[in-house]
Design a protein around this ligand. Structure first.
Ligand SMILES: *Cc1c(COP(=O)(O)O)cnc(C)c1O
Length: 226
């Protein structure tokens, strides 16, 4: 199967899952995760009409943008763990950062943003029991939201989550949806839910995901990193 066929097939599955959940497929943004693949893959995807791509490492993101150059309407989503000392580079590259999980990172992104357009950010929620994993604890979402909402160069758009490997995805996405509802008590307009990957995007759609981060189902297997 080629790239265009895989993309069309995933889009059909997204539309089917949306309809079974009683949702309009048009309210769902499909982000193609291109990490580990060459920049040329982003160009192929762009030619196929893809306008949202995701990367999880700052250096790879910046290098691909430099290689491809500006493309009308192409939105780069940063979906990986961000180190505070990379905040300036992340901010210079991405239009949306899905992985804000602590006040210090938000502060660094804000400090890096003088004169830049407002940056859309999502609060990454830790859906596992392991406090060492990325993401704010579900109980701390409102507190972090209030902190980030006070930083004028950042706009809180919603929550992001990755389903744990050791439980079915649906209950984890239900917890994420509950976090999204609590976030909206602090930032009423923050209605994005970034959830769902190759293995679990249908379950994420059923739990209200607005932004899917889909890699291998579209790109094929990722090359191993050398
Ligand atoms: C790699 C990655 C994805 C995409 O994973 P696939 O299983 O290939 O769809 C989604 N979200 C994050 C945070 C990732 O790092």
């Amino acid at each position: 199967m080629d790239l265009a066929t895989r993309l069309a097939e995933v889009d059909t599955r997204i539309a089917d899952a949306a309809r079974s959940a009683g949702r309009d497929p048009g309210e769902i943004t499909r982000i193609v995760v291109t990490k580990f693949h060459p920049a040329s893959l982003v160009e192929e995807l762009y030619a196929l009409g893809v306008r949202d791509v995701g990367e999880n490492r700052q250096q790879e993101l910046s290098a691909k943008i430099a290689e491809i150059g500006p493309r009308d309407g192409l939105t780069w989503h940063f979906i990986g763990q961000a180190q505070t000392n990379k905040a300036r580079a992340v901010r210079g590259a991405a239009s949306v950062v899905h992985s804000v999980d602590r006040a210090r990172l938000a502060d660094a992104l804000h400090a890096a943003g003088e004169g830049a357009p407002v940056l859309d950010v999502l609060l990454q929620v830790n859906l596992t029991d392991d406090a060492g994993r990325g993401g704010v604890a579900p109980g701390d979402v409102e507190q972090l939201a209030a902190h980030v909402a006070a930083l004028p160069s950042l706009r809180v758009r919603g929550v992001m989550g990755v389903a744990p490997l050791d439980e079915p995805p649906a209950p984890a996405f239900a917890r994420l949806r509950a976090c999204a509802e609590r976030l909206r008590t602090v930032v009423a307009s923050a209605d994005w839910i970034s959830a769902g990957m190759t293995a679990d995007f249908a379950e994420a759609i059923a739990e209200g995901a607005t932004h899917l981060r889909i890699g291998s189902a579209i790109t094929g297997p990722r090359p191993t990193r050398g």
